[in-house]
Ligand binder design. Structure first.
Ligand code: SF4
Ligand code: SF4
Length: 180
């Protein structure tokens, strides 16, 4: 049958010649390829000392946004968790108490909110599903670690800090979301 990719090779079982049976031509050929690569431009970077410039629409580590008054936007509706194909998001909802209006924008908020970054495939569906503009993916990289537990990110690492707000407007505008 014709191969769809046209890359199909017919494997032959022909007998090796005397020179081929010495394996020397194959070894020299392999060494030649290795030496050639030593002088080629490397595509790898010495991360984290060197960092690649990402496209503006790069999807990296999430942020749970606050509104302009500093209140958490998330209302723990769970839509992001339902939309997540990797089942990476879990949360516990709680009711906002009197006096907490300056902390949480909605009457219900996420008492705990966790994303397992090892499960996450950074697809952005949580961001798409959120009706409160609470969760966004950013251009930040999830730091490496030797401990798997360290990849479960809670609110302490997801909610943006009041004194270190994260601007997601560039990424949102560059992606031209919603345009037909
Ligand atoms: S980016 Fe995708 S995989 Fe990661 S938490 Fe959001 S929906 Fe789940
Ligand atoms: S981040 Fe958005 S979708 Fe997810 S629970 Fe909070 S408000 Fe709902």
């Amino acid at each position: 049958m014709e191969s769809l990719s046209n890359r199909k090779k017919v494997v032959s079982n022909k007998k090796m010649s005397f020179v081929e049976s010495l394996y020397l031509p194959a070894i020299v050929g392999g060494m030649w390829i290795t030496i050639k690569h030593m002088f080629k431009k490397h595509n790898t970077l010495k991360y984290p000392e060197q960092q690649r410039v990402f496209a503006p629409v790069y999807r990296g580590m999430h942020v749970l946004k606050r509104d302009e008054q500093g209140r958490e936007n998330c209302t723990a509706c769970g839509l992001c968790a339902v939309a997540c194909p990797a089942e990476a998001i879990t949360m516990v909802a709680a009711e906002r108490q009197k006096g907490e209006e300056n902390l949480y924008r909605e009457e219900k908020y996420a008492e705990s909110y966790e994303i397992n970054m090892l499960r996450c495939i950074f697809c952005g569906l949580c961001e798409e599903a959120c009706p409160k503009e609470a969760i966004f993916l950013t251009d930040r990289i999830v730091p490496t670690n030797f401990d798997r537990d360290e990849f479960v990110y809670g609110k302490d690492r997801l909610v943006e800090q009041l004194d270190n707000r994260i601007d997601i407007t560039v990424r949102q505008n560059t992606g031209k979301r919603g345009e037909k």
